[in-house]
Structure formats: structure tokens, C-alpha cells
Design a binder for this molecule. Sequence first.
Ligand SMILES: *Cc1c(COP(=O)(O)O)cnc(C)c1O
Length: 367
Amino acid sequence: MVKFLDLKKVTAKYADEIHEAVLRTVDSGWYLQGEENACFEKNYAKYIGSEYCIGCANGLDSLIWIFRAYIEMGVMQPGDEVIVPANTYIASILAITENGLKPVLVEPDMKTLQIDDRLIEEAVTERTRAILIVHLYGRCAYTEKIGEICRRHSLKLVEDNAQAHGCLYKGRRTGSIGDAAGHSFYPGKNLGAFGDAGAVTTDDKELAETVRALANYGSSKKYVFKYTGRNSRLDEIQAAILNVKLSHLDEDINIRKDIAGKYIREIDNPHVILPEVTDRDGFVFHLFPVLCEYRDALQAHLADNGIQTVIHYPIPPHKQECYKEWNSLHLPVTEMIHDRELSLPISPVMTEEETDEVIRAVNSFRP
Ligand SMILES: *Cc1c(COP(=O)(O)O)cnc(C)c1O
């Protein structure tokens, strides 16, 4: 049986260090806004290559706070438009609509599964204020063309880096390429906490201060409230765990890349389209997405062979009940991806035997 993701094994790998970090925090008597947080924020900012890091409650909040901060700073106002890939996870879109901003859905490129930069320009209007790129599956979505469009139209570039910690673009980490980035440390992510956790990174001091205040009831001075914020903080135990896991992140990513490399070399089935990788640095394989016209049959075949897989994602945002106004939109590329995508198991604790088992089972699939 090959599990899609064995979190118990992932934790066991660094159990001693994690236990020490948790006990140290428990024994310290200090559980919020303390040294563990400060230490993680410093380490993570350095890792990403950003001036500032602000820990917060989860990845969705990290994105919500970035847009809310831009509104508080007068950079955007409700009703303004944000360009976003149509095939993203719902959280990217929720962060936009939560702030009364309008998502403008742009189709992805079938080859990279990332926002198609050839379609962005025509989506820009007078109300466009930002592009939210999503490094989906752990692959860098940034291109020179996107940067150039942002500069030409004075748009903010926001990154959803929830799936791509450690990913590089020309030597720079995703999360430091745009004006601000949201990060998720949901347990299953490449850098995962033991519960919900997230962070914002940016080089913009005003944005950093505004986000920090918003996530702390709207206050940067005790009992003085500048904004109607919320309580959305990263707690000390999660920060202590993240500090341990961050120190092993690159090691874990390398294992993911090796497994992906083996899949790409050895999976050979005309019905299964593998991700094309041109740049080893630019894909950290949070997921290993394949496309198959007979996706459901492939998933059933793999299940029969003891292999767990997951679909990312079965229903695109524009077909969700919560966004009824878009239900009649026709986005053929996005819809095709949602019909055909299947994620194979990949994780830093998968053994070579398990990888071989997956390869054999995929190769033996016949529709
Ligand atoms: C996980 C995820 C989020 C949300 O992060 P949470 O910590 O679960 O709130 C946002 N965007 C993408 C692309 C994600 O994968």
C-alpha cells in the first residue's frame, strides 16, 4: 500500500528535534508573540530572501491580509480587479472576494498548468490593480512577461506561495519575486506545521506593518486600534516546529525532486501526460500532477494496485456553488485540467520500492 502522503512518517523523520522544540516551548510558559515567532520570522525571511516576514494563522489569512493592507494603504479599493489563474485552489480567489475585490479569471497554459502569460494583457482594465500568481503544484508561475506587464500597468504582483516554499526563479526564491507573498504551512504542504499556520513576506515596510497590525486585532500598540482587524496570529508551538522543519526543507525538496525525476524517466504510458521540467530549480514538486483523458479509470486502476492518489482539484472555482455568478463561464483549459488531473504520491519519506510500485502500476494502465 502506497499512501498519498504519510504525515506520521514525515514527522518521525525529525521526531527528536521536534519533541525538543515543543517541550521547550511548553516549558517556557510563553505561548504567543514570543521568541519562537521572532526566530521563525527571521529565519523564514532570510530563507525566502525578503526583508520582512509576518507569521499569521493560516495561508488563506496571509493572502487576505495582503489585499486588505493594500486597501488600508489606499493602493486598492473595493471593486478593483485582481487577475488570477482560473485553475487555482479556491483560497487564492477567496482572499480577493473577501476584500470586496473582483477576481478576473485567466486561463492556464496546458503545458505548465500555470497562468498563461499570453492572456494576461487582454484581461487588464482601468480597474486592474494586481496580478495574483499562484505557484501551483510547486512550480514557479512567474515569467519575465508577467513582470513587464506589472511594471507597464503599475500593478502589484502578489504571489500565492502556499505550494512552493523553496522554489527558485533565476536564483531568487518564489515569495520574494513580487511585491508581497502569502505562504501556507498547512500540515500537508512542503513546509508543514502541526495545525494551521501561515506567513506574509514582503520588502515593503508599510505593508509589513499594516499586515502585522491587521492580524493582531488591527493594533500595533497595545489597546490602540488603528484598523478593524482580527486575531490571526501564529502561535509559539507552531513557530518552534516550523523552525525545525525549515532547517530540513531543502533536504526534503531534493528527495521530492529525485522521485519526480525517476517518475519522469520511467513512467512510459501513452495515456499519461507527465509534467515537462525544463528547470530543476523551478519546481519543488509539492505535488506530482499527471494528466490523463481516462483519469477516473487511472485512479481506480492505481487504487486496485494499492496506490493512493488525489485529484487537485475536481471542481474549478468558477463551477463552485459559492461563485454562482461564474457558473456559466466557459473556461475550456481550466475545465480540461480539472477533468484530467491526478496527483501521484510524492513525499520526502517515500521509499524507492514505493516509487517503483507507482511506476509499475501507472505503466500497466490500459483504458
Ligand atoms: C493551501 C493553499 C492555500 C491556503 O492555505 P491554508 O493554510 O490552508 O489556509 C492557498 N493557496 C493555495 C494554492 C494552497 O494550496
